[in-house]
Design a protein around this ligand. Structure first.
Ligand SMILES: [Zn+2]
Length: 241
């Protein structure tokens, strides 16, 4: 596949800047240790995406150090900074972009509370309105998968397709989250860790109370469609998130 024209370079520059800045959010929210974890963002309207380089510290990330990858996850020639190679999770991100066309961002962390649930292979039950709002139900567990080929990507897609949740706990590994763009996927990673911690605390003193499915549906519907600032109707508005 050739590189698309018509503003592609400008779009790549915009996504590079966005994804580089979003990596700082993983650090700010305590979701990552050392160089673990990664954010990627799709170049809108294409199968291309930019992703964190492998083994680079968060403080050393710049927009230019991110790796532009083709839809198969291969680095685009000439895009790499000083010979950096893309994240070892690139194949998983590429598989998600190829198979979930509505996904514009993917995040992977080993955030401790979510990963503790993954270590037990236990879904996080929907016992908080915040979970119903953000994820529309429980957080599902994906299969055990070895890094290096499509198996992590296949596990993410098979678990999340047809599911409201934007987060999956890959068994014995940790969470992957998706979103309509990279920022939305980072938000899901932050909110996931928050609810994983709270439900963990709740279980220390008893069994959390379930929420009726009809109430989960209503909360999810309201939050996805009504909550927050709606973009102004004027075309000049940049919208508010
Ligand atoms: Zn990992």
């Amino acid at each position: 596949m050739s590189i698309p024209g018509n503003g592609f370079e400008q779009a790549v520059a915009r996504v590079r800047a966005e994804v580089a800045a979003l990596h700082g959010e993983l650090v700010r929210y305590g979701l990552v240790a050392w160089t673990a974890g990664n954010v990627s963002g799709r170049i809108p309207g294409t199968g291309y995406f930019v992703i964190k380089p492998s083994g680079v510290g968060y403080a050393d990330l710049s927009p230019e150090s991110l790796i532009l990858c083709d839809p198969d996850g291969g680095p685009v020639a000439g895009s790499q900074d000083a010979g950096l190679s893309p994240s070892s999770d690139t194949a998983a991100h590429a598989y998600v972009y190829r198979n979930m066309p509505g996904t514009g961002g993917v995040v992977h962390t080993h955030s401790p509370y979510a990963t503790a649930w993954a270590a037990r292979g236990e879904t996080i039950p929907c016992v908080l309105t915040a979970m119903a709002d953000e994820f529309g139900g429980e957080i599902p567990v994906g299969p055990f998968a070895i890094i290096g080929d499509d198996s992590i990507g296949r596990g993410i897609v098979s678990t999340l397709q047809g599911h409201r949740s934007r987060a999956v706990l890959m068994r014995n590994h940790g969470p992957f989250t998706i979103g309509r763009d990279a920022r939305d996927a980072v938000k899901a990673a932050v909110m996931l860790e928050d609810v994983a911690r709270t439900v963990h605390f709740a279980r220390q003193l008893g069994e959390p109370l379930p929420i009726e499915p009809a109430h989960i549906d209503a909360l999810f519907e309201r939050y996805q469609n009504v909550y927050g600032q709606q973009p102004a109707a004027t075309p000049s508005s940049s919208g508010v998130h």
